[in-house]
Design a protein around this ligand. Structure first.
Ligand SMILES: C[S@@+](CC[C@H](N)C(=O)[O-])C[C@H]1O[C@@H](n2cnc3c(N)ncnc32)[C@H](O)[C@@H]1O
Length: 334
């Protein structure tokens, strides 16, 4: 479940998009569409969407990290394609971002969650323990608490809960105690504080990997951001529009799955899609990626409800059919 922090081949070559062909195909991106890529980042998916919609379409790229706007990332894609518009906002401000780009509703919403290779590989950001740097980890450095400030503010129990929940780290209490004691200000100090609680690495994965991941998720409010984005989908998608999410953490996938099994959404595949072996060899970041795609069609749900209401009234019951939102069309059964 934890996303390994690695300086990948992808990182050295820039950010390789994950399952780009599958994303374009499953999202049925076609000429003339309006697509929002909520995580423009290195511009990998963004460029694929730009090519698929053509000059007659529009791609809105959202990112809260200024790094994405540079020429070697999404910024370069916007320079190459006049129909790509970039907006610097968190994706919890989806509607405002869409309006800022001059649109009202969209055909496709996509997000590739987590951290980009740029963010990991640029040591001074504090995302990776492979580089010594101030313990920052903010995707948007204009506001919010750094990881060092978060550690200082939280009490030991709250810190342990974050490390346990977001890092799936069984030694969370020992680690939290050590972090409060050492009050690390750099990635190197954080690494040492974790190792002093857990002991040195035994396998390939460094003992601080899960703690780094947990702090990053907390610092950037990643799950709240995702929930806000998911909640906004029915307000921005056209009828028959599609939403796709690449997740790297079971908590993220659970939030997506819950919405995609709910009213108005119909998943396109029973199981989440994963990268094939060839891609895994080229791009280690793809290892823990899961892609879920759903069609948004509120009318279809309305008809279903009408059917249930009619059946209920024939049965003479009160219309509460106990349906939990899983209508049989939403095929996910995990
Ligand atoms: C995994 S990268 C996306 C990579 C991109 N799909 C590509 O192929 O190059 C995730 C990007 O989303 C951005 N991001 C993450 N959470 C965000 C949020 N809540 N709001 C806006 N941008 C966010 C990060 O700053 C990062 O640039």
């Amino acid at each position: 479940m934890s996303e390994p922090i690695i300086t990948s081949a992808a990182g050295r070559r820039g950010h390789l998009p994950i399952m780009p062909d599958t994303c374009v195909r499953e999202l049925q991106v076609v000429a003339g569409n309006v697509v929002v890529d909520c995580t423009a980042g290195g511009g990998g998916h963004l460029e694929r969407f730009a090519e698929a919609v053509g000059d007659g379409g529009t791609v809105i790229g959202i990112d809260r990290d200024e790094r994405a706007f540079q020429d070697d990332a999404a910024g370069g894609v916007a320079k190459r394609h006049g129909h790509v518009k970039l907006v610097r906002r968190p994706f919890s401000e989806l509607e405002a971002a869409i309006h800022e780009a001059g649109a009202a509703t969209v055909d496709v919403v996509f997000a590739d969650l987590g951290v980009s290779s740029f963010q990991l590989d640029e040591g001074e950001r504090g995302f990776s323990f492979r580089h010594n740097a101030p313990l920052d980890m903010r995707m948007d450095r204009r506001s919010g608490e750094t990881a060092a400030e978060l550690i200082a503010r939280l009490d030991e129990e709250a810190l342990a809960n974050i490390i346990y929940l977001y890092g799936d780290e069984r030694q969370s209490r020992r680690i939290a105690k050590s972090l409060k004691w050492h009050a690390p200000q750099t990635t190197e100090a954080l690494k040492s504080a974790v190792v002093s609680a857990t002991g040195p690495a035994r396998g390939k994965i460094h003992p601080a990997t899960k703690t780094f991941q947990a702090l990053r998720i907390a610092v950037n409010g990643e799950l709240d951001e995702l929930q806000a984005l998911l909640t906004a989908l029915p307000r921005v998608l056209v009828r028959g529009g599609r939403a796709g999410f690449l997740t790297f953490h079971s908590l993220e996938d659970r939030l997506v799955k819950r919405v995609f099994k709910g009213a108005g959404f119909f998943q396109t595949t029973k199981k989440p899609l994963i990268a094939d072996d060839g891609e895994l060899d080229d791009n280690p970041r793809a290892r823990s990626a899961k892609l879920r795609v759903a069609v948004f069609d509120p009318e279809r749900v309305d008809q279903r409800k009408k059917r249930y209401q009619r059946d209920a009234s024939l049965d003479g019951d009160d219309g509460d059919d106990g349906d939990d939102g899983d209508d049989g069309d939403a095929q996910e059964e995990e």
